[in-house]
Design a binder for this molecule. Structure first.
Ligand code: SAM
Length: 266
């Protein structure tokens, strides 16, 4: 498995041990020792985060500030009117999609509930454990059936394994802007957790790997203020806050999709 290791000084794993199998899976995935409050077994020093496991549910607690615990939920937000611009950009109804940047799976779950099957990669172990728990407790059976979240580095996986996908989706972390302080809590927390992990976030490499794949279309989510990488870009779909850039991979690949002209969805 190609994935990032978690800094052991970052998180304390506390479990009521009522689902031992699940607690052990969390512990192995995070590489974190299990503490149990009832046995009085406590870590020597305080970490900024505490992950509390009760049965097969989890919540992330913030030891150094007064934020409310974060309970992961899959709640794909759809536009009130019209077709979701993300789904227009994906462009297939029942195809196979790879999401190289799963995060909280908000986008992956929208794609899964449209009928596509989607394999989503997340390399941050804490984000992965939280998102996986949200999928398991999700009420939407289409999402549970069609969304396969994997703890792995998508760049390395796509380089070393043959992956069959109609579409590859990338949502790289946008550079921080001043107004982001007001952005919704899950996104702010995701940025905070990902910033703790080592290694440079390599969007260029990610796009290179996607462009050398057998996929027929690459979709990249970008904010309006950031220019697209033009190489191979064939179109874009705009919504109020973001833009989906569309690329056809390979040097001369014949695409079964029609080229997409600039479209906007407000
Ligand atoms: C902006 S977030 C994606 C948010 C996501 N689209 C959603 O709907 O929640 C980017 C995510 O990609 C993950 N990531 C970055 N590089 C990765 C890689 N090489 N392999 C797998 N995941 C990666 C980060 O840990 C982060 O969680």
């Amino acid at each position: 498995m190609h994935s990032k290791r978690l800094n052991p000084d970052l998180i304390t794993l506390v479990s009521d041990q009522s689902d031992i199998e699940y607690t052990q899976w969390v512990s192995q995935t995070l590489g974190a020792r299990i503490y149990s409050e009832s046995s009085g077994n406590q870590p020597k020093s305080k970490t900024p985060y505490l992950l509390r496991v009760s049965g097969n549910t989890i919540q992330l607690e913030f030891v150094r500030d007064k934020r409310k615990p974060f309970i992961p939920v899959i709640a794909p937000g759809f536009p009130a009117r019209g077709i979701d611009p993300l789904l227009r950009a994906i462009g297939v109804k029942q195809g196979a999609v790879i999401d190289m940047t799963a995060g909280w799976c908000a986008d992956a779950s929208r794609i899964a509930s449209s009928g596509c099957s989607i394999v989503a990669f997340e390399n941050n172990p804490l984000v992965y454990v939280l998102a996986q728990n949200a999928i398991e407790h999700c009420q939407n059976s289409l999402i549970r059936q069609h969304l396969d979240l994997r703890h792995a580095d998508s760049i390395q996986t796509l380089q070393s394994e043959t992956t069959e996908a109609d579409v590859i989706y990338l949502d790289p972390m946008f550079p921080l802007q001043k107004r982001d302080a007001a952005s919704p809590k899950p996104i702010t927390l995701l940025r905070e957790l990902v910033n703790h992990s080592q290694g440079r976030y390599s969007f260029d490499r990610m796009l290179d790997v996607a462009m050398s794949s057998n996929a027929r279309r690459i979709v990249v989510k970008r904010p309006h203020h950031l220019p697209a990488t033009q190489r191979g870009k064939v179109g874009e779909i705009k919504s109020k806050q973001i833009r989906y850039d569309i690329y056809y991979p390979g040097p001369n690949i014949e695409s079964r999709f029609h080229p997409v002209l600039s479209q906007s969805n407000s």
